[in-house]
Ligand binder design. Structure first.
Ligand code: PEP
Length: 229
C-alpha cells in the first residue's frame, strides 16, 4: 500500500480559538485513520505554536499529524523585519510550503526567491513542499532540490480555489513527468480537491496525495477527505 499524504493549507484563515476547535473536532471524528496516511496541517505563522500544542494535547498518539508552515524567509536570522526564518520555524514545524502560486502571484516570488527559500528550508532540516504549476517551475528548482528530502505538489493555477480541478489523468501524467525528472519523490495534486474527488486522484499510479486548500477549513470535510483518500 503506498503512503498517502494529505496536506491542509489553511492559507490566511482562522484565529487561535477556531484552530483549537478544529483540532478538537478532528479528534472527535469517528474514523479509522490508517497508518499509511500522513496528515500535515499548515496554518499561518501566528497559529503554528497553538496548533502544535493542540495536536499534542488533544490528539496525542491517536493520529499521526505533522505541522507545516506556509512560507519561510529566504534569509537567516537578522535584520529582516517581518521575516520568519527557518530556525524559528523548525522549533514548531517539520514541513514548509514553498513556491505556492499565491505567493508567486501576489507577493512577486520568482524562481530565484523560491530557490533561496528551498535552500533555507533544507538548511534547517525542514521538508519543503514545493508547489509548481508547470514543468518550467520544476526545471527552475531541479538543481536546488537534487538529492534532498522533499515533496512536490502539482497545482495548476486554473484549479486553485475555482472548484474546477484538473482531470486525474492529466494530473497523473504531470506527476509521472515530475518523477521522471526528480526521481521517486512523493508528488501530490492540489487544486479544488474535495471529499467527492479525492479518491479519483489518490487512486492514480503516480499521485501520492493531495494539497487541500479551501476544503481543509471545514473539519468535517477534511476528515472525510482523509477517510476517502
Ligand atoms: C491550495 O491552497 O494549494 C489549493 C489547492 O487550494 P484549493 O484546494 O482551495 O483549490
Amino acid at each position: 500500500m503506498k503512503k498517502v499524504f494529505i496536506v491542509a493549507n489553511w492559507k490566511s484563515n482562522k484565529i487561535t480559538k477556531e484552530a483549537r476547535k478544529w483540532i478538537e473536532d478532528l479528534s472527535n471524528s469517528n474514523f479509522n485513520f490508517m497508518d499509511f496516511k500522513e496528515i500535515i496541517i499548515c496554518p499561518s505563522f501566528s497559529l503554528l505554536s497553538s496548533v502544535k500544542l493542540g495536536i499534542q494535547e488533544i490528539i496525542g498518539q491517536k493520529l499521526k499529524i505533522k505541522v507545516g508552515a506556509q512560507d519561510i524567509s529566504q534569509f537567516d536570522e537578522g535584520a529582516y523585519t517581518g521575516g520568519v526564518n527557518g530556525r524559528q520555524i523548525k522549533e514548531l514545524a517539520d514541513y514548509v510550503i514553498v513556491g505556492h502560486s499565491e505567493r508567486r502571484n501576489n507577493f512577486g516570488e520568482d524562481g530565484k526567491i523560491v530557490n533561496e527559500k528551498i535552500s533555507k528550508a533544507l538548511k534547517y532540516n525542514l521538508i519543503p513542499i514545493l508547489c509548481v504549476s508547470d514543468m518550467k517551475q520544476i526545471h527552475d528548482s531541479r538543481l536546488v532540490i537534487h538529492n534532498s528530502n522533499f515533496i512536490v505538489a502539482y497545482e495548476p493555477t486554473f484549479a486553485i480555489g475555482t472548484g474546477t480541478p484538473d482531470t486525474p489523468e492529466n494530473a497523473d501524467k504531470m506527476a509521472k513527468n515530475i518523477k521522471e525528472i526528480l526521481g521517486e519523490i512523493p508528488v501530490l495534486y492540489g487544486g479544488s480537491v474535495s471529499k467527492f474527488n479525492i479518491k479519483s486522484f489518490t487512486q492514480m499510479s503516480y499521485i501520492d496525495g493531495a494539497l487541500v486548500g479551501r476544503a481543509s477549513l471545514d473539519v468535517k470535510e477534511f476528515a472525510t477527505i482523509i477517510q476517502n483518500a
